[in-house]
Design a protein around this ligand. Structure first.
Ligand code: GAR
Length: 194
């Protein structure tokens, strides 16, 4: 029986798509559920097209009840990948899935992380700071934004002529290349090498 996982996402869902594609024919891992906090998120359409069940959550339920844990348990979900999911994960959910929730962040944490640091804001900040490199961080999730233990990083150059959009494109490529593989390695207890 494959291990069932869930992907949480708030937006376009290009990482979620890659993850679903990667495991589409896997005997070991099945993306069983895509969860979003936005009813019109692109990721939901991608999931439906790929035959993956979707669930839209609302803020009150997420922060003031634990129904999401029941929903996940009912589907035997063992692992959660946050792929552009912009809500803070509440403590009860972290505790229900110890070392079983990972997030991808589009920069080299601990730099450029924390509340409000998502998507284009991150790449603008990297540009403003005059960094010569950026990259991705995949990390376990705790109840603070971007603070859990790092699992994997990959780097890319930032050129003086780069716009934030150029940086975003290069970083997204790294995300697509590494995130599904790192998830697979964690689930199969393999060394994480991206
Ligand atoms: C990704 O770049 C991800 O790293 C970022 O949102 C994007 C989602 O893109 N997440 C954060 O900034 C979290 N702090 P996608 O919807 O195309 O996968």
């Amino acid at each position: 029986m494959p291990v069932s996982i869930a992907v949480f996402a708030s937006g376009t869902g290009s990482n979620a798509r890659r993850i679903m594609q990667h495991f589409q024919h896997s005997d070991a891992v099945q993306v069983r559920l895509v969860v979003s906090n936005k009813a019109d998120a692109g990721v939901l359409e991608i999931a439906r097209d790929m035959g993956v069940e979707t669930l839209v959550i609302n803020r009150t339920e997420f922060y003031h009840s634990e129904t999401i844990v029941e929903e996940l348990r009912r589907r035997d979900i063992r692992f959660i990948a946050l792929a552009g999911f912009l809500w803070l994960i509440p403590e009860y959910l972290v505790q229900a899935f110890p070392r079983a929730i990972v997030n991808i962040h589009p920069a080299l944490l601990p730099k450029f992380g924390g509340k409000g640091m998502y998507g284009a804001h991150v790449h603008e900040a990297v540009k403003q700071a005059g960094e010569t490199e950026s990259g991705i961080t995949i990390h376990y999730v705790d109840e603070h934004y971007d603070e859990g233990q790092p699992v994997f990083q990959a780097r890319c150059p930032v050129l003086p002529t780069d716009t934030a959009t150029d940086i975003a494109r290069r970083v997204l490529e790294l995300e697509h290349r590494h995130f599904p593989l790192v998830i697979e390695q964690l689930l199969l207890n393999l060394p994480v090498v991206g």
